[in-house]
Design a protein around this ligand. Sequence first.
Ligand code: PEP
Ligand code: MG
Length: 755
Amino acid sequence: MLEVLRRVVQEVNGAADFFEALHIIVTRVKAALEIDVCSIYLKSPQSGRLVLMASEGLRSESVGHVEMDPSEGLVGLVASRAEPVNLDSAQDHPRFRYFPETGEEHFLAFLGVPIIHQRSLLGVLVVQQHQARKFDDEHVSFLITLAAQLAGAIAYAEFNDEISSETPLIGHVNVEATGIAGSPGVAIGRAVVAYRLADLDSIPDRDGAGVESELEHFTQAVAETRTEIEDLKQRMGEALGPDEQVLFDAYLMLLGSDSLVHKTEGRIRNGQWAPAALRDTVRESVRVFEDMEDPYLRERASDVRDLGRRVLSHLLPADRSQDEFPDGGILVGDDLTASHLAEVPIERLGAMVSAKGTGSSHIAILARALNIPAVMGVSELPVGRLEGREILVDGYRGRLFVNPNAELRAEFERLVREERELAEDLRALAKDPAETRDGVAVPVLANSGLLADIKPSLESGAEGVGLYRTEVPFMIRDRFPGEEEQVQLYEQVLASFDPMPVTLRTLDIGGDKALPYFPVKEDNPFLGWRGIRISLDHPEIFLTQLRAMLKASRSHDNLQILFPMISALDELKGAMTLLNRAREELLDEGFRIPMPRVGVMVEVPAAVYMSEMLARRVDFLSVGTNDLVQYLLAVDRNNARVAHLYDTLHPACVHALETITEGSHRAGKPVSVCGEMAADPAAVILLLGMGIDSLSVSVSSIPRVKWVIRSFSTDRAEALLAQCRLLENADQIRSLLNNALVQAGLGGLVRAGKT
Ligand code: PEP
Ligand code: MG
C-alpha cells in the first residue's frame, strides 16, 4: 500500500494540470483498491457546495453537474462531520440522496473521507462498490492517509489551475493566495520570477527570443554539455574503473537520445523558451524512470535530473540583466534569499513574494529594512506561471491577488495612496526625540545589515544602530571576507553614525542563515551549530572578525560588540577571551583601540533565566525576540504551517521579557529589544511599561515606533501592562492594546494592520 501511495502522490505532484491530477487520483485508487467507483467532490469556494469533479465508475456526464450542499447526502455528511463515513448499504442511510445522472443506484457499499488542508475542507474522496460490504480498516486508513497527503497537492493544483497559462488574463481574475505577512505595505506591479542557476524547478514560463534563436541556443548548450562530460570522463579516467566510466557513457547517450533533445526541440518549436522546454522534458523523463519497476532503472531518474541541470547551466546567462527589471516589479520566487535580492535593482523593486519562509526569515527582515512589502510562505504559489502577470501585494495581511480586475486595482491604488500619506505624516517626526509623554527617553535605533540602509536610517531619525547583522555582507559573497574587507565595511557604518552607537553583532550563521561557501547540514539546525557556537569553534574566523571590528573603531569611539545565541556563561567567557586577545594583538601592532562596550543577545530561553548573571559581566543586554519566541513557543520561525502559533504577545513571551528586563536592571545594566517585537506598535506599549531602555527596529518601522513612544506616558503603559498580565492569550492582549492605540489617536497603525 505504501508503494501505491508513494506513486499516486508522485504522479499527482507531476500532473500537467488540475484535472489531470484529479483524474490520476480516481483511476489509480480504483485500480489499487479493486473497487467499482472512486470519485472526488470538491467544495466550490464561491457557493460552498460540493461538486463532483472527477469519477472513475460513475457516469461521466454527471462530472461537473452533480452538486450538493454540505447539509445534503452522504457526501455532505462526510464534509460536515469532517470524518470518514463507512456504510455497507448506502441506500439504507437516512442521509442518502439519489442523483439519477450518476447511476449510483447500482452501488451499495460507500466509504467517504474528507480532504482537509490547513484545517479547511477542500472536498471528499469517495469509493463505492456494487455489493453490500463494509470497507475494512486497511481501506479506511489507506484513504485517510492518501487524502491527507493529497490535500496539499490538490490545494496547489487548484490554485495553479486558476492562473494557468491557458487562461491568461481573462476568465480567472482576482485569484487570491494567502501566506504570511513578511513586510508591511501594499504594492501593485508585474511579477518577475527569480530563478536560481541550474535549478530546473524554478524556471518560469516566458516568451523566448524566437524559435530559431532558442533552438540554436539549446543546440549549443547541448554541445557544451557534451564537451564538459567528455572532459570529465577523461579526467576521471585514471581514478575510475571501467564500470564507473560507463556512467559517463550513459550520460552521453542520454544527451543524444530522442527523449531529451528531440522532445525539448519539439517544445521549443511549439513556442516555449529553451529553459522551460528543457524543464518540461526533464520532468517527463524523470516521471517515466520513476515509474519503472526495476529499482536500478528507477535510480536513473536522478541522472536525468542531473543532466538537465548541466544543460541548463549552459543555457542560462550568468546573470540576468538588471535592465530587464520593470519599475515597481514584484520579485517572486520559490525560496527567495539575500542573493536574489542582490541581483535586482532595489530602487525598482515594488514588493517580494516567496513560496517559502515566514515573517522572521531573513529575506523578510531585509524587506522590512528596505521598506518593501513582502509576503512569505505562500505555499501554493505556482511560481513558474507568474512571470509578467499583474499582482497586488498586501504585506500587512500576507496575501496577494493575481490578475486583478479594475475594481480591485482601484482599491489597492487607494491603499497605496493612503500609505504614502501616512508615511509623509510620520516623516515629520524624524527630528522629534523618542520620549514618552512624561519625558522618559527611549531611543529608537536601526537594525541593519546593508550599507544601503545607512542613509534612510539617518533620515528617519535613528539614534544609532542597535543591531548590525554582519552575516548579511557575508551571505552575499562567495567566500569569507578578509580582515581588511571587513574593516572597510564596518568603518563605513561606524563613521556614518559617529558619535551615535553602532552595535556590530558577531557572525550569526547556522539556523536559517546559510553561507553558500560554508554549508552546515543538520537535521535540526535551529538547535544545532549556530551563532556563537560556530564562532567559538572557528577562532580563526572569529578572531578575524573581532580584529576587523576593533580596527574599524580606531578613529571612532562608538563601537558596541554584541554576541549572538549565548546560552551559558562559558560561551560568554570564551568570546570575551578572544575579544581581549584580538585587542591585545592590535595594541601590540601599534593601533590605539578603545575597549568597546560589549553586549549579549538574549534569544535562548536559558539566557532569560540568567539575564542578571549575564548582565553583570557585560555592558548591556539586547533581546532577540525572533529567536527567543521560536524557542519559547517551540515554533520554527520559518515554518509557514505553524506560523499562526508564532505570536510575540503570547503571555509566556510577555512574561519572559519582564524577567529579562528586571534581571538586567537588578544588575544595573540597560536592556534593549532588537527583534521584530520592537516594531509591533502594540508590543511597544508593553515594553514601555516594563521600562525598556531602547528599541532597535528596521528602518521602515522607526517613525511608527517613535509615534507610539511619544503617544504614551510610562504610567499609562504600566497600567496597560498590568491589565495584560491578567489575560490568558495573545488575542486578548492584542485587542486590549489595539484599543489603547486607537484611543491614543494611533488608529492609523491598527487600521494598516487590517487593510
Ligand atoms: C532575533 O533573533 O530576534 C534577532 C534579532 O536575530 P536574528 O533575527 O538575526 O536571528
Ligand atoms: Mg537571532
